[in-house]
Structure formats: structure tokens, C-alpha cells
Design a protein around this ligand. Structure first.
Ligand SMILES: *Cc1c(COP(=O)(O)O)cnc(C)c1O
Length: 217
């Protein structure tokens, strides 16, 4: 589906639910996509992209950033502590802060480098064993801890369980954000970004609907 169709669908949903058109940031998720498809979207003028692996992003984005000015890169996948410094140099926004050890590593590196990306805390709203994210019961204390470290936490992120109605998880995330005085919400993917906007998403992460299916072969 062309990028403009996704932008139209976002604008329609913003209008339908009474939000300002343009208030949702569209993160084009380019992981695993052939570079020609990514370049095509850059040539259409889009500049906000998401990747879920540090290594993969490090292999393609420095060149693309040199070619296209004004790229804003978001890390939307789990971050291992030993890749923190590299990730902080490469990404403008990290959506997957989910444990005290990682928060402390980011704080230390940000002191050393004098620079820190914007941060979202990932919440495991479905409390799934295999999924990253802080457990909902631990969130409020973790926000306090991150603030004590002076981390620039701007909002919350979630990936709902595949088998469940995502709107319930989006609403839960919105409630947790409000309770903690956070106003940005990273939620919604190709299959459910309109539902996420209806629940207050400020950032939707859309991959296959823009670029086509990912070929993992
Ligand atoms: C891959 C990915 C997306 C995009 O998924 P699509 O279904 O292709 O839109 C969004 N968020 C995260 C965290 C992802 O890993």
C-alpha cells in the first residue's frame, strides 16, 4: 500500500475521533526490507523510520542518513545492555526501555556522552513470558526510578498479545501513561493502527502495510 494511503487512513481516524490531523507520528518500520523499498519511501519525503535490531540498523542507516537529510530513527525492538552505547549513537528515540539495569546503563552513557535519545518505557501489558517490557505492576516504581536518573522518558510503548483485542491493551497503556504524567503513546502496527489512534496513540509503528510483507527467507 502506498505511503500516502496510510497517511490518509491516519488522518481519517484522527478526524473521526476528534484529534488534530497530523498529531500522530508515523514510524515506517523498515526492518528486513530491501533497501530499494526504504529508499523509495525516503524519496517520497518520509523521514521517520523504525528498526528492531541495533546491528541491522547499524548496517544500513549511516549511509541512508548521509544521503537523506533529517532522518529520525527509532529503535522499537529489545535492547541488550551491551549494545546500549551503540544504540544511543544511532537512534534518536528508543522505545524499549524495560528494566532498571538498562535504565542505569543509559543514564551512565548519557553522562559520558552528553547526549541521550528520547525514551519510551515498554510495558508488557499482556504479561507474556516471552515478551519484553516491564510488568504493569512494576511500572510506576520504574518511572520514578528513571526520573531519579534524569532520563528523558516521554511515554509508554506496548505490543499487545496476538490473540487478544488490541484496543483493551491500548486503553490500559493510555491509563498507565496518564497515571504517570506521560503524554506520548507508542502503539499500533499495520493491523491495528487506527484502533491505537482511537485510544490516543501519538506514535504508530507501521511496517508491512507500507513496505509489503517481510521476506525472512
Ligand atoms: C515489526 C514491528 C512493527 C511493525 O509491524 P507490521 O505488522 O509490519 O506493521 C511494529 N512494532 C514493532 C515493535 C515491531 O517489531
Amino acid at each position: 500500500m502506498p505511503l500516502s494511503d496510510i497517511q490518509d487512513r491516519i488522518a481519517k481516524e484522527e478526524t473521526r475521533v476528534g484529534r488534530d490531523v497530523g498529531s500522530t507520528h508515523l514510524i515506517a518500520v523498515s526492518k528486513v526490507q530491501p533497501v530499494e523499498r526504504v529508499v523509495a519511501v525516503l524519496e517520497e519525503g518520509h523521514r521517520v523510520f523504525g528498526e528492531n535490531k541495533v546491528q541491522e540498523a547499524a548496517g544500513k542507516w549511516p549511509d541512508l542518513k548521509a544521503q537523506f537529510k533529517g532522518v529520525e530513527l527509532h529503535l522499537i525492538g529489545p535492547l541488550q545492555s551491551n549494545k546500549t552505547r551503540q544504540a544511543m549513537g544511532l537512534f534518536d528515540v528508543i522505545h524499549s526501555v524495560d528494566r532498571p539495569k538498562l535504565a542505569r546503563a543509559i543514564a551512565r552513557i548519557s553522562d559520558e556522552e552528553g547526549h541521550c535519545p528520547k525514551l519510551f518505557i515498554q510495558v508488557n501489558t499482556g504479561e507474556e513470558a516471552q515478551k519484553a517490557g516491564i510488568m504493569p505492576d512494576d511500572l510506576d516504581a520504574f518511572v520514578v526510578e528513571c526520573r531519579a536518573l534524569s532520563l528523558p522518558i516521554v511515554g509508554l510503548m506496548c505490543i499487545p498479545p496476538v490473540e487478544e483485542e488490541p484496543s483493551l491493551h491500548f486503553a490500559l497503556l493510555a491509563k498507565m501513561a496518564r497515571r504517570n504524567g506521560l503524554d506520548q503513546l507508542s502503539m499500533g502496527m499495520s493491523s491495528d493502527f487506527e484502533r491505537a489512534i482511537a485510544q490516543g496513540a501519538t506514535h504508530v509503528r507501521v511496517g508491512s502495510a507500507i513496505f509489503g510483507d517481510r521476506d525472512y527467507g
